[in-house]
Ligand binder design. Structure first.
Ligand code: APR
Ligand code: ZN
Length: 296
């Protein structure tokens, strides 16, 4: 279930699971970097694994030479329909059926114990916050708010718009609709008044929340935990190689992560919920809430 591979003994003492436990016990500024692998246990597919989002896009849109185009801002402006046909698989359900995984709860417990510097998530499902994590940066945005690509109107994702997206439809901007109705001869611009969820598309810049925080955190952190990500997308993928030398870096992931230069000190390879539950057990963290998602 879990294989601990010592990859680098550069720091000498970091080479076994017990050392990882000791690092967590001694740390007060853990920087958690997480990805889609954190949410697969609760039924949200990741992107690059077999059966993941990109495989589904390839099957549905074989003409697309790159499945990432569905998340490309220029493609979206040309035709948002393919994105909204897929968004249903990405849009968090409103009901509690979508509950945080054991790994989300582990991050919340790090914070509860005053150990979490910040959780940088690439995920847009909002489960970190549902697990109670406050110190979270949504690097790739989330579905909490939407923005009109024509007039720039920005607001919370309303139930009506959520239902529209869940029906696979393209949500339209009410404000633009009213302006157009009030002003009959308003020239109908070629840009459709589409409400785009505030997730970061390829071709868009990451949020101010990310750039405003990351530099201080890279300096401050005393332990990096990378959880459930293939680290394929910059600038998030550059976090491990931007941290001060000598700060231990731990990978918790199903598979090795192909990375240039910096290697992890320890790679805890396996299902992240199983790994973090074992870490919590050795840390003697009573975590009733860390019931593996499958038991929900
Ligand atoms: N336990 C541990 N690891 C897991 C689990 C699990 N239960 N499920 C999946 N994984 C691993 C996969 O093996 C893979 O290495 O998590 C990683 C998920 O990688 P990706 O699918 O590439 O997802 P992620 O790294 O979050 O993608 C980053 O790419 O498409 C963009 O913007 C999108 O935020 C996304 C970014
Ligand atoms: Zn508008």
């Amino acid at each position: 279930l879990m294989r601990v591979r010592q990859v680098r003994s550069k720091l000498g003492e970091v080479n076994t699971l017990e050392d990882v436990v000791r690092l967590i016990e001694g740390s007060s500024r853990v920087l958690v970097l997480c990805g889609a692998g954190m949410s697969t246990a609760v039924g949200i597919p990741d992107f690059r694994s077999k059966g993941g989002i990109y495989e589904r896009i390839r099957q549905r849109y074989p003409f697309l030479d790159d499945p990432q185009l569905l998340f490309d801002i220029h493609q979206f402006r040309l035709d948002p329909r393919p994105f909204f046909e897929l968004a249903l698989e990405l849009l968090p359900a409103t009901d509690d059926a979508l509950r945080p995984s054991v790994s989300h709860c582990f991050v919340a417990e790090l914070e509860r114990r005053g150990k979490l510097l910040r959780c940088y998530t690439q995920n847009i499902d909002g489960l970190e916050r549902r697990a109670g994590v406050q110190r979270v940066v949504f690097c790739h945005g989330n579905f909490d708010t939407v923005t009109c690509v024509r007039c720039g109107w920005h607001g919370a994702l309303s139930d009506a718009v959520r239902e529209c997206i869940r029906a696979g439809q393209v949500p339209c901007c009410e404000r633009c609709r009213r302006l157009q109705a009030d002003d009959e001869d308003a020239d109908v611009e070629e840009v459709e008044p589409v409400l785009k969820p505030d997730i970061v598309f390829f071709g868009e810049s990451l949020s101010d929340a990310f750039f405003g925080q990351i530099h201080d955190d890279l300096e401050a952190t005393d332990l990096l935990l990378v959880l459930g990500t293939s680290l394929q997308v910059a600038p998030v993928a550059k976090i491990p190689t931007s941290i001060r030398p000598g700060v231990p870096q731990i990978l918790i992931n199903r598979e090795l992560v192909a990375r240039a230069r910096v290697e992890f000190d320890v790679e805890l390879l396996g299902d992240c919920d199983v790994v973090v539950a074992e870490l919590a057990r050795r840390l003697q963290w009573e975590m009733a809430s860390m019931t593996p998602a499958s038991a929900y």
